[in-house]
Design a binder for this molecule. Sequence first.
Ligand code: ADP
Ligand code: MG
Length: 254
Amino acid sequence: MKKGFRILKFKKDKPVFEVQNISKSFDGRPILKKLSLKVFPGEIVGLLGPNGSGKSTLFNIAIGAENADSGNVYINGKSISQIPIHLRSKQGLGYLPQTRSLFNTLSVFNNIYGLCQIHEKNNKKAREQTESLMEKFNLTHLRAINAGVISGGEGKRLSLARLMITKPKIVLIDEIWSMVDPLVVQDMQKYILQIQSQGVSCILTDHSVNTLFETTDRNYLIDSGEIIAEGTKRELLKNSLAVQKYFGAGFVNY
Ligand code: ADP
Ligand code: MG
């Protein structure tokens, strides 16, 4: 699915999400070095970088699963660095880890409803939200099936539906396209664009660069813990450092 025909302009004055000068070492080994990036409202931003370059670490710091050695994370200009992990979703931050994070022994319905109930005390409203999310993510026909036996693509749709429960402003999605078939790749692109159309910003990581570029509005490239290039697909592919460190001279973009 190409999004090339969409002309999107983003208000570049107030980022919805910002990381400023984040540094992180593990056992004395620097992983992130004063890394900064911004995401504007409604933008889909790609975070590219070789394996082990610190993409997941950055997400873990943003959600509060890891502490940064220094630096700050902001949502709508407000620092969330001191806010505990379970309260960051209230600030509008959503996170989808690379690993499957569903309750396998619960039905598709209960995977959504169980979480809705935590955020919505009114059971009728929680049910309505569950039905609406199942419809949006094409899950209604799977409602009674246990999450443990649904397919990989269905599981990803269910994960995205669960991600929307807290009504996030920005979602961090780690390697959503790893190990899925081409049809599922296209399906997930469709749902990510649907999330964007509701005004939610996204940061996506993935190793399938062409798929990422088809989906993102702007991108950052991490190498050795630093952002070494930023821009649109066209800009990145023209950047000689980005080609040297990541894409390689033989990279074919179609
Ligand atoms: P990416 O997501 O870009 O592939 P990661 O953020 O997972 O990279 O990892 C970056 C580096 O940090 C890797 O070398 C990884 O081994 C290391 N790392 C990540 N988490 C930890 C941890 N909790 N303890 C020690 N090293 C870690
Ligand atoms: Mg990772």
